[in-house]
Design a protein around this ligand. Structure first.
Ligand SMILES: *Cc1c(COP(=O)(O)O)cnc(C)c1O
Length: 544
């Protein structure tokens, strides 16, 4: 392209134009709009460059910190966006990209998102959202019912009640988890004679008032890092998150959990919350929620379930038993932007007791007056978009049985992929899929045999080489741009070794076919067999 840039004029007339006049039908932007409404996937496949470009090179396109002094024409700028930004973004909805928790979106959400942006409602208060407030409360009611299944009277009484809320809609699982633990902290260190409550007097005085030396949050070692952020923000610090080891299936070891609770109590450290994970980010496994609920009740601790990713499984009558016990949780996090196929920025936390949010209520004179139904009085975020509308639409257009189909298909696809891995003699399934997430690695057959009988030291040496192989393979596969799996590190259960690197696959995209999954393994095998130096080193351990 020519370096000569054209510029518009910054004047009142041109500014008025951009607020009032749509782009011409043949303009670049209008063409894009028409293309993405006809075939989004085609558009993305065409414009996103598949092969990897080093980030350092991409950074050169975003190097200047100068504020633009001269306005660009919309079409010119849009072309720039296509070339520099969109081209170098990630095709998360490609059916062969099976490493992400967010994937393809249903079509109807595109125009509806545009409408939502155009309406620009602010859910912080009724004044700026009107019908959006009862709509969001209804969405919270439906999601509450999905988890807790109370009767009609309950929802009649609470859904639109001014002094309560069945939950809080927010930008995602992180804010949802923070909100849940915020409620837990404030409910624990609640006001009493001589103490105005932790929200007034702070943590230090709260601990003194209740005679605790410290507070603790117990979660399995597979807990999401957002819990650490929560502990940090709530004044507890990362050390107060106590990671309990998991069993051979990556689930919370409840025997160790109970022992830890007793140990903390003996040290005058109050167990503020126990967090169960319903679908861990790394292995997709589910904690034994019923046993954890028992222990939480025993120690009078807030029981939170982080079902950010796995919560949507509750739509499936076939598989919802996997989350049995979730209905005993005081609070539950669910991300609509993961397995509910809503665009990013849609998370929620639900409270068993609709009055629990009183613990974090905030009022201000000009907005969020006491007794108002403003949603902002119990959300961490202030101004907030009408994302609930997209979830509302999905709940109605896809419906419960539709979501059940999506969930069941994903789980069954993961089982199919696991069977491919198991049947292949040079791949090793590391964690079985309970939901649609699994981990595996490439381990040549003879190495697998040796791993059955080798010493701990040999095992460590082998794992070190296998880690290098996994990391190299994942990188090369990503760079080739045809397909993508993600990578993580998890402990090799029951082996006493350090964590190992594994491929991590999430089979949430409804467009991923069995054929694509076969191809992924074929491609990986081809990449693996080219890694001659690493394979030779592995062979030398076998020969020794
Ligand atoms: C994704 C996830 C989160 C964080 O949610 P965000 O929407 O990324 O903020 C928390 N916990 C679990 C288990 C998750 O999978």
């Amino acid at each position: 392209m020519a370096n000569e840039k054209r510029y518009a004029q910054a004047n009142n007339e041109s500014l008025h134009r951009i607020f009032t006049i749509p782009e011409a039908p043949d303009s670049t932007l209008s063409q894009i709009e028409s293309e993405i409404s006809k075939n989004l996937n085609g558009f993305l496949s065409h414009h996103i460059v598949a092969t990897d470009k080093p980030l350092s090179e991409i950074e050169q396109d975003f190097a200047s910190s100068e504020l633009p002094e001269r306005p660009e024409y919309v079409s010119d700028h849009t072309r720039q966006l296509l070339e520099k930004l969109i081209a170098q973004s990630v095709h998360t909805s490609a059916p062969s990209f099976i490493g992400h928790m967010t994937s393809a979106l249903p079509y109807f959400l595109l125009p509806l998102s545009k409408l939502m942006v155009g309406l620009n409602q602010n859910l912080v208060k009724i004044e700026t959202s009107k019908a959006f407030t009862p709509m969001e409360r209804q969405v919270l009611g439906m999601m509450h019912r999905l988890v807790y299944a109370n009767n009609d009277d309950f929802y009649q009484d609470w859904m639109h009640s001014a002094d309560s809320s069945l939950g809080a809609f927010c930008s995602g699982g992180t804010v949802a988890n923070i909100t849940a633990l915020w409620v837990a902290r404030n409910s624990l260190l609640v006001a009493k004679p001589g103490f105005k409550g932790v929200s007034e007097e702070g943590l230090f005085k709260g601990l003194k008032a209740y005679g605790y030396d410290d507070l603790a949050i117990l979660v399995s070692e597979r807990g999401h890092y957002s819990l650490k952020k929560a502990a940090n923000l709530l004044g507890l610090g990362h050390d107060s998150i106590i990671a309990i080891p998991t069993d051979a299936e990556h689930r919370m070891d409840c025997k160790l959990l109970r022992e830890k609770c007793a140990e903390l109590e003996a040290k005058n450290i109050k167990v503020m919350a126990i967090v169960g994970i319903a679908g861990t980010t790394e292995t997709g496994t589910l904690d034994p929620l019923n046993d954890m609920a028992d222990i939480a009740a025993e120690y009078n601790a807030h029981f939170h379930v982080d079902a950010a990713w796995g919560g949507a499984t509750l739509f499936s009558n076939k598989y919802r038993y996997l989350l049995s016990g979730i209905e005993r949780a005081d609070s539950v996090t669910i991300d609509a932007h993961k397995q509910m196929y809503v665009p990013m920025g849609a998370g929620l936390v639900l409270f068993k007791n609709p009055e629990a949010v009183a613990a974090i209520e905030h009022h201000a004179e000009y907005i969020l007056r006491k007794g108002s139904k403003d949603l902002g009085s119990h959300t961490l975020e202030g101004s907030r978009p009408g994302m609930a509308m997209l979830l509302y639409a999905s709940l109605h257009i896809i419906s419960r049985p539709g979501f059940e189909l999506l969930i069941n298909q994903s789980i069954e696809k993961a089982k199919y992929f696991a069977s491919l891995i198991t049947a292949h003699e040079d791949f090793q399934l590391v964690s079985e899929p309970k939901l649609c997430l699994l981990t595996y690695r490439y381990v040549p057959k003879h190495v697998q045999e040796l791993l059955q009988s080798c010493t701990l030291q040999q095992r460590r040496n082998i794992n070190e080489l296998l880690d290098q192989l996994t990391i190299t393979m994942q990188k090369l596969q990503r760079e080739a741009g045809k397909s993508f799996v993600s990578r993580t590190r998890i402990p090799e259960q029951g082996q006493g070794t350090d964590a190992i690197s594994v491929f991590r696959v999430v089979l949430a995209n409804p467009l991923t076919t069995e054929d694509i999954l076969q191809q992924v393994l074929v491609e990986q095998e081809a990449i693996a067999t080219e890694q001659t130096p690493l394979l030779a080193q592995l062979q030398s351990i076998i020969d020794a």
